[in-house]
Ligand binder design. Structure first.
Ligand code: PRX
Length: 649
């Protein structure tokens, strides 16, 4: 296959009108092989693929571009370093506004990634090994991720807000051999002791042989002899440079694993593979945001989550874009930080989450008024349903009424954006994600598995066709993948989300229909939270539900059956909150903790969560029929305890 190194930058697959969207949508649906072969032809392959797509929903086995060989970093780095070495690739802005920005053009970024790749190779990391990454939002995080991809190691990035226990669970599940971390992370006016957390986690992780420690704050941290290495020393070794060459990867070789919560059991390592993910993140980046060469793009996510993987690192760099990464918080030193950054760097495309918008609105609704924000042309939202008020504030106060707004629905599992307006092209409607991307065929089902054929409908959102960026397996447990996503509705991928479809075919995501919570855009499983609470010696049982929260989208309400054993409610409550922070992380601390004498159970012993949800939503009048409960009286006691818990706060 002829490769044209320069062709990519013109984005031949970029859609620029509704007519082109309709045409692309039809073609991708009717002839996905031809459609995706055309898109894939604009990347650089070491060896062309033999088949575009192979899919078997029954066994949950999917392959894209099978037989093809490539290295994703050649596409994200070498190609651009060759055609436009001076173009800015990565711009980094520190937590502290007084600290200088760091800038890397494509030639420099390639060189840094090569050196990092060489360093990892020298430390014994090989193709197929798994590397844990627990770093703050510093450029070294991007170097590490891409260095893994360059040498064929599977990266497993763990968000810095997870606890030692949660980190250990993730490192063990993926049998990580090496961990990259930092001494500490800056977070607003605070620091987070990352190395300390890693040290605690590693007491439980026999597979980890080496730890690379990037000195971010300069704190003195203990270094274990023979295991821990200072990044700066290891990185400066001259031998790295010659060892940074790209490994030849098969299209379906795993690229990374990223843990996410489901409705049952422990978090699962969602595995994405090389070629399909590359094609999907690039295609969706260029189309949803309508990226134009030269645009400065700023996504506020953390690389510890999928949004950061796909739309800070891979999508933008594959497209040859300028991606801005920010280490700090939107409200430190004050709530104008993002607006200052947008002006400082001339940001054109700004991608963020409703929770952050709501909290900035609450803190300083007039904040953006003092900023012209002239460079902005596209706004994006992701991670949770965006309520009308936040949508309008984003559009009018931040976008000054002149920017396109794309609300992008997708998941860790989908690899990239699935339902979203193509900025400025497809119709925008507040609170609706809108139309599917080409290649995505959404359908709605009722709970009995009937396909809802009417144009206007509400049901469970499923996807009918495979798409290049879909997850391929769950780390070490393929059966769990089949069970979780492909068994509820045979022949379809089940998203876990509820969805409303308007008669015009626009989609509005209404939230999870399973026991997954979305708290400040962070995904948490109720089972995970309950397991953590149940660790407390006084707790015999617990049940966790979500409730609407004005800033976080959803808050966490935990009902706990506990024998206080001489302690006050307040003491046990503090212990329980600390326990959840310790086992999962501070992001999982319940907002409300309700001590109840029992849980509402049916005669067969099933907890009726519907009742607990209604109480947490303060809709006790809508409890419905409670007569099938083993002990209907318990409901009144729970209601009383709920009132008490609210007073206790
Ligand atoms: O419920 C949906 C919600 O976030 C879930 C996926 O979470 P996660 O895997 O952490 O990925 C988040 C970033 C892609 C979905 O099942 N969600 C995500 N985007 C939206 C959304 N809900 C409504 N509107 C969105 N734009």
């Amino acid at each position: 296959m002829a490769i044209n190194l320069g062709k990519m930058n013109a984005y031949p697959f970029q859609i620029s009108s509704m007519a082109e969207y309709n045409e692309a949508y039809q073609k991708a649906k009717e002839n996905p092989e031809a459609f995706w072969a055309d898109v894939a032809a604009h990347f650089q392959w070491i060896k062309p693929w033999e088949s575009v797509v192979e899919s078997d929903f029954a066994s949950a086995r999917f392959a894209w571009f099978n037989g093809g060989q490539l290295n994703i970093t050649i596409n994200a780095l070498d190609r651009h370093a060759h055609t436009k070495p001076d173009a800015l690739a990565l711009v980094w802005e520190a937590n502290d506004p007084k600290e200088a920005s760091r800038r890397f053009n494509y030639a420099e970024l390639l060189q840094h990634v090569e050196r990092t790749a060489g360093m990892l190779r020298r430390l014994g990391v090989k193709k197929g090994d798994t590397v844990g990454i627990y770093l703050p939002m510093v450029p070294e995080l991007v170097f590490s991720v891409l260095a893994c991809a360059r040498i064929g190691a599977i990266h497993s990035v763990v968000f810095g807000g997870f606890s030692a226990q949660a980190l250990a669970d993730r490192l063990n599940d993926a049998s990580c051999k090496l961990v990259v971390t930092a001494d500490e992370a800056f977070r607003g006016s605070k620091t987070i002791p990352l190395k300390d957390i890693v040290d605690q986690a590693l007491l439980l992780c026999p597979s980890v042989e080496r730890v690379l420690v990037f000195p971010r704050t300069g704190a003195e941290v203990p270094m274990a002899k023979g295991r821990d290495l200072n990044w700066v020393e290891a990185w400066s070794n001259k031998g790295n440079e010659t060892l940074g060459y790209p490994e030849t990867m098969e299209a379906e070789d795993p690229l990374f694993s990223l843990y996410t919560s489901g409705s049952t059991g422990k978090p699962k390592g969602v595995v994405h593979t090389t070629a399909g993910y590359m094609v999907w993140t690039t295609y969706t980046f260029v189309n949803a945001f309508q990226y134009q060469p030269g645009d400065v793009y700023f996504c506020t996510a953390d690389i510890g989550w999928i949004t950061g993987h796909s739309y800070i690192v891979y999508g933008p760099l594959l497209a040859g874009a300028t991606t801005l990464m920010f280490e700090g918080l939107p409200n430190w030193p004050d709530s104008n930080r993002w607006w200052e950054l947008i002006e400082k760097h001339g940001v054109n495309i700004f991608y963020t989450a409703p929770t952050a918008l709501r909290s900035l609105m609450a803190e300083n609704k007039q904040g953006p008024e003092a900023f012209a924000l002239n460079s902005l042309k596209t706004l994006g939202s992701v991670g949770e349903p965006i309520n009308s008020e936040a949508w309008h504030w984003f559009k009018d106060a931040v976008g000054k009424g002149r920017c396109a707004l794309t609300d992008t629905w997708w998941q860790t599992e989908t690899g990239g954006i699935m339902i979203a307006a193509l900025a400025g092209i497809s119709p925008e409607f507040p609170t609706y994600a809108g139309l599917p991307m080409p290649g995505i065929v959404p359908v709605l089902m009722d709970s009995e598995g009937n396909l809802l054929a009417a144009a206007e409908a509400e049901g469970n959102l499923c996807l009918e066709k495979p798409w290049p960026g879909m997850l391929r397996t769950v780390f070490g447990d393929h059966e769990r993948l089949r069970q979780t996503y492909f068994s509820a509705y045979p022949g379809y991928y089940f998203t876990g989300d509820g969805c409303l479809r308007s008669k015009e075919g626009m989609h509005r995501i209404t939230g999870r229909v399973d026991d997954v919570l979305n708290v400040s855009g962070h995904r948490l499983g109720t089972a995970e939270l309950e397991n953590a609470l149940n660790f407390h010696p006084s707790v015999s049982e617990s049940a966790v539900v979500g409730f609407p929260h004005p800033i976080k989208g959803q808050g966490i309400c935990a009902y706990v059956v506990a024998d206080l054993a001489g302690q006050t409610r307040f003491e046990t409550k503090r212990e329980l909150l600390d326990l959840v922070s310790k086992i999962i992380g501070p992001i999982a601390r319940p907002d409300l903790l309700v001590f109840v004498p029992g849980l509402p159970k049916t005669r067969s012993g099933k907890i009726m969560r519907r009742i607990l949800r209604k109480i947490a939503e303060e809709q006790s009048e809508a409890l419905g029929d409670v007569s099938t409960l083993l002990d209907p009286e318990v409901v009144k006691a729970i209601q009383k305890a709920f009132v008490q818990a609210k007073e206790d706060r």
